[in-house]
Design a protein around this ligand. Structure first.
Ligand code: FCB
Length: 466
């Protein structure tokens, strides 16, 4: 457990524990580009982004931030920032284009180069195996609602672990399986764009199974010193009032937003209330004997992605929704306060309360903030300067919340800022900028925003001036 030396906390510096991991995060489809190079085949996001009306301005990840060709330059940016760790994702369709069978060495070579380049720069590689880019052929065979996809994922995990296992510090099986299952198959706002409550619940289960199977594949291939983890976008759910009807609305969202993953992965069980709430959709008979034991294979850390809280009350919301029927009983209430360019409320208390909940519910599981950050409408002024004071304000508040949670006993071991670069923000295309490094997509020129200079200073001090 990381302990904070409170004597080192003076009134003007919030100092983080010795060894705290300072990182940035990205994802393959959002930055790599090179969509058709070196044997890569389409993923569900290539198909989805080419479907008219699905992504703003018809944007695709074909070129993105051209990271595939600018790897060395981007590692140099991170060296200048001084990060200790870099969280990236491996593109499944680059490594195993059809989602089955032997690996494409040219695809793996790109990640070998990346890992070696990071290590040479003194940066620890943190690899996510799945950040939403399912090979299209596997979707054509049924995608995550089908059980076989979980076995295909475990095979792919073994391939990547064999190739990079000796050099990656932390492995993450899945990024935000909630989004894959419920935005991909429930509300349809993410690839593959299906709108079936049943498909979303089946997908959630098969993602849990895939995670557990991949933990096994990783353990067989990587040294015992490597950390194996999962990243969830847990919802910081708050009832609008103490009224029992509002509290029950929050319970429903907690079940289908959080415990649908936490309970199988950490306790080897399905949440009973979720099974009850979804009885009109499914009897969950797709859960086979032994699946929950597989899903709950022990892991070494839990990654948390946090952006903003979710406030709910009794009522009803529109369908199709990502909530598998819960939307008929729940109304989503905009949280007060300032907002980012995503229209997401800025509320760092949500992160603090989430971390304390995990401290209490999973006391033995180390936590890592694997994503936190904000989009604003940044631009380079004529002198090339990118001022982003709101992002700095957002980051300061959230880092202070993490610091407070550590003081309160949460075992938070690192913080990964989303994102290193401006990138393809899924259904929003290039219209939303999350980077601390500005990317001019016409020239691919990279420029440190003020927030990048600020973050470099935080890292160098091991803390933040307040
Ligand atoms: C998360 C995703 C990440 C990025 C941020 C803004 O849900 O994991 O890829 O899009 O949101």
């Amino acid at each position: 457990m990381t302990s904070l030396d409170t004597r080192s906390t003076t009134t003007d510096v919030l100092r983080f524990p010795q060894g705290f991991r300072w990182g940035t995060a990205t994802a393959a489809y959002q930055i790599e580009g090179a969509a058709e190079e070196d044997g890569r085949t389409p993923s569900i996001w290539d198909t989805f982004s080419r479907t008219p009306g699905k992504v703003r301005n018809g944007d695709t990840g074909d070129i993105a931030a051209d990271h595939y060709h600018r790897l060395d330059e981007d590692i140099e940016l991170m060296r200048r920032l001084g990060v200790s760790d870099y969280r990236f994702s491996v593109a499944w369709p680059r490594v195993q284009p059809t989602g089955r069978g032997p690996a494409v060495q040219r695809g793996l070579d790109f990640y070998r180069r990346m890992v070696d380049g990071l290590l040479d720069a003194g940066i620890r590689p943190v690899a996510t195996l799945y950040h939403w880019d399912l090979p299209q052929e596997l979707e054509d065979a049924g995608g995550w609602p089908e059980r076989d996809t979980a076995y295909r994922f475990a095979e792919y995990a073994g391939i990547v672990a064999d190739a990079l296992g000796d050099r990656v510090a932390t492995w993450t099986t899945l990024n935000e399986p909630w989004c894959s299952a419920f935005l991909g198959y429930g509300s349809g706002v993410h690839a593959p764009g299906r709108t079936s409550p049943l498909a979303s619940l089946r997908a959630a289960h098969h993602l849990n199974l895939a995670h557990g199977l991949a933990v096994g594949a990783l353990r067989r291939a990587v040294p015992v010193t490597a950390q194996v983890s999962l990243t969830l976008n847990l919802h910081a759910v708050r009832p609008l009032s103490p009224d029992p009807a509002d509290v029950d609305a929050a319970r429903r969202i907690d079940a289908v937003g959080n415990r649908v993953f936490l309970d199988p992965v950490f306790h080897g069980r399905l949440p009973e209330d979720l099974v009850r709430d979804t009885a009109a959709v499914t009897d969950w008979s797709f859960v086979e004997d032994g699946d929950l034991a597989t899903a709950s294979a022990p892991i070494d850390a839990l990654g948390i992605n946090y952006y903003s809280p979710t406030v709910v009350g009794a009522g009803s919301s529109e369908s199709p929704s990502p909530w598998a029927g819960a939307e008929r009983h729940v109304r989503f209430v905009p949280a007060p306060g300032p907002r980012t360019a995503m229209d997401w409320p800025v509320d760092a208390d949500g992160l603090h309360s989430l971390l304390l909940r995990l401290r209490d519910e999973l006391p033995r599981v180390p936590l890592i903030i694997t994503e936190n950050g904000a989009a604003y409408d940044d631009y380079a002024d004529p002198s090339g300067h990118v001022k982003d004071p709101e992002r700095i304000t957002y980051l300061r508040a959230h880092l202070a919340a993490v610091h407070r949670a550590i003081q309160d006993g949460a075992d938070v071991q690192g913080y990964f800022l989303w994102s290193l670069l401006d990138n393809f923000e899924w259904a929003y295309g290039y219209s939303k900028r999350f980077g601390i490094v500005h990317v001019d997509f016409a020239t691919q020129r990279r420029t440190f925003k003020d927030s990048a200079h600020w973050y470099a200073d935080v890292i160098a001090r091991g803390g933040m001036q307040v």
